[in-house]
Unconditional design. Structure first.
Length: 221
């Protein structure tokens, strides 16, 4: 079974490097959003990368979890795993939704979406500061601005089947909340896919195996 991974806001496939997965893992690279493109349309375009002829699973991290949710509404993954993310808009912090309603994000200059590193470290709760800083240094700020706007204006309230969330108790950006099936990692922050990769990997492998019909493992090339 193939497992497709969608990274967080402005991040790239490096966030998956610390995971140890028992399945054929394929990270999906971001594509450039069209001007004023809604998250639903963007997700539909991104979903064309996925080979639907065979069974597959999705992993979405942070903002990538919103994209994975939208793709799951279009395609039919065996299971979708959301890490440090939300399944519906009601699982996001109310302050995000409130800020989105003001539409101020579109008026903000792009450079403001490059946070001071000390603030980023606090918000992400990262222990691997070098990786976090490298990812932030390489972030496309125009993409980050689009993603923040879409996150704060996300409309999804559909509860899908075969969704598992993995959230951390110390996540300052998207804390554990909602009625979606969830595994909670103690002391996990928003960057726990790196900082607590062993725990995250174990949960992912266990969950996917329960949806893998013949119980055999695929090996990563």
């Amino acid at each position: 079974m193939k497992v497709y991974g969608i990274s967080g806001l402005g991040a790239d496939k490096r966030v998956f490097d610390s995971l140890t997965l028992d399945f054929d893992f394929i990270p999906i690279d971001w594509i450039t959003p069209n001007k004023n493109e809604p998250i639903e349309c963007y997700s539909k375009r991104l979903s064309k990368i996925i080979d639907t002829k065979n069974e597959f699973c999705l992993i979405g991290v942070s903002f990538g979890g919103l994209i994975a949710t939208e793709i799951s509404k279009i395609l039919n993954p065996k299971v979708t795993i959301l890490i440090s993310s939300a399944h519906t808009k009601n699982e996001l912090r109310p302050i995000f939704i409130g800020f989105g309603k003001t539409k101020l994000i579109k008026l903000m200059p792009t450079f403001l979406f490059d946070p001071p590193r000390i603030i980023a470290k606090y918000l992400f709760g990262a222990k691997n500061n070098k990786l976090l800083n490298d990812i932030l240094d390489d972030t496309d700020l125009s993409f980050a601005k689009w993603a923040v706007y879409e996150l704060t204006n996300w409309k999804n309230i559909t509860q899908l089947k075969n969704i598992l969330k993995i959230n951390g108790t110390n996540d300052k950006l998207i804390p554990p909340r909602g009625n979606t099936k969830m595994e909670v990692i103690n002391n996990g922050g928003h960057f726990m896919i790196v900082d607590k990769a062993d725990e995250v990997s174990e949960i992912i492998n266990t969950e996917i195996k329960t949806h893998y019909n013949n119980g055999n493992r695929c090996t990563t090339p």
